[in-house]
Design a protein around this ligand. Sequence first.
Ligand code: NAD
Length: 500
Amino acid sequence: MKEICHWIDGKEVAGTSGRYADIYNPATGEVQARVALASPEELAAAIASAEKAQVGWAATNPQRRARVMMKLGQLINENMDMLAELVSREHGKTLPDARGDVQRGLEVIEVCMGAPGMLKGEFTDNGGPGIDLYSMRQPLGVVAGITPFNFPAMIPLWKMGPALAAGNAMILKPSERVPSTSIALARLAQEAGLPDGVLQVVNGDKEAVDGILDNPAIQAVGFVGSTPIAQYIYGRAASNGKRAQCFGGAKNHMLIMPDADLDKAADALVGAGFGAAGERCMAISVAVPVGDKTADALIERLIPKIEKLKVGPYTAGDDVDFGPVITKAAQDRINRLIASGVDQGAKLVVDGRQLKIQGYENGFFCGPSLFDRVTPDMEIYREEIFGPVLSTVRAQSYDEALKLVMDNEYGNGTAIYTADGDTARDFASRVNVGMVGINFPIPVPLSYYTFGGWKKSAFGDLNQYGPDAFRFYTKTKTVTARWFSGIKDEGASLNFKAMD
Ligand code: NAD
């Protein structure tokens, strides 16, 4: 059985806790490897070693740290296929989608190549008579990144890029379901010139996470995952005096106005609803057509497009649209939620539950499902399904549709399809959601903006990547300085004076 180790002090280190988690091949349902789960002692040793390594890294001037990012970017590009294969092998997503996963992480590393500019301080000349003020941004020390299964490359890169470029050391605790990509990235970072110990990949589960949250050397925690865990981690980290930014789950709605281009809207819904088997925090899981005529016309267009989707293992080639979900438990949960939708009166227009793929009968596959006439009280509306299930909630007016989005407890992403600029502008301005798409279904901002949801999709006050990440991973020191009259007033002296 292949064993995935930790990456500590620049090398792979076998686990000593005796605890392991199985890593499945989601397409076959077989266990393909096992990952070591760190004990509190292993974690504490990795943190202590990172603390030592961070001192020299913080003292390395910012442009040298940026050059490590440059080299890392180059190496990620050169190893794109290897990384994508690792992502697909453990996650199950298609190779083109896995390349996108690596690419959107790489783009954050590209911004980190400009870290010195982000780390510049401020200066006020003559804030008082002969008094100057200046501020500097200094790294926090050792920080932690705790990441989910659904983007095995992108989110670890979102965490490590800004944290390391700012001069911190990082303990990265990737999802125990997809640990290999993080180890590969750590190896590339070493090849790029990152000193050993500055990036430690500690594999583990709740025990390792709790160890991170309680260790006094950890200064900040960047988390991405489900909402209940995000809220838990935010609370425990904050009560231990740490900075925390914790990004959680989502229920993303797309409004389809009567004047929208319905063919384009249907294509967008299929891509955003079913891509990566719906396992994206920015997936559109709720379509909100405005008016019954719009709804009927939309559903009519969606059905053939959904029925044409090809589901299969990533190894089956480029005509596969999406792969399996991550675990048997996820598959069972999705099927249970679909059944609850039917029981509670929603209309199941396309039923993906019966999908069987020859040769992959034990894989965690879910076919695409489409619901019509979903109402907000139903479980399928209230729960984040995180699977290939698109729910349609019909609204009779723009205001009713907007209210639906506003009343939802999540606020990660949303989109509107319309031909009317005024409606789009009103929506973008009023909606209480962090990322908005206008005729654009998955509005993940580019890496020089920032990423973050509102409401129960995020806990903490700064977003991921972009300028916010550099604020999160640095602390500000402000100096007020005055110099009393010196050599310019006294003039140079040629006499041999006492040093008093
Ligand atoms: P998860 O919450 O189960 O796990 C995330 C991380 O937390 C993992 O590293 C895991 O080991 C750890 N963890 C799990 N249970 C824990 C516990 N009880 N105590 C301490 N740590 C624990 O999430 P997941 O299933 O890996 O990822 C899917 C979720 O992530 C979805 O809800 C999705 O919407 C969300 N997500 C959000 C964003 C965002 O930016 N908002 C991005 C991607 C994914």
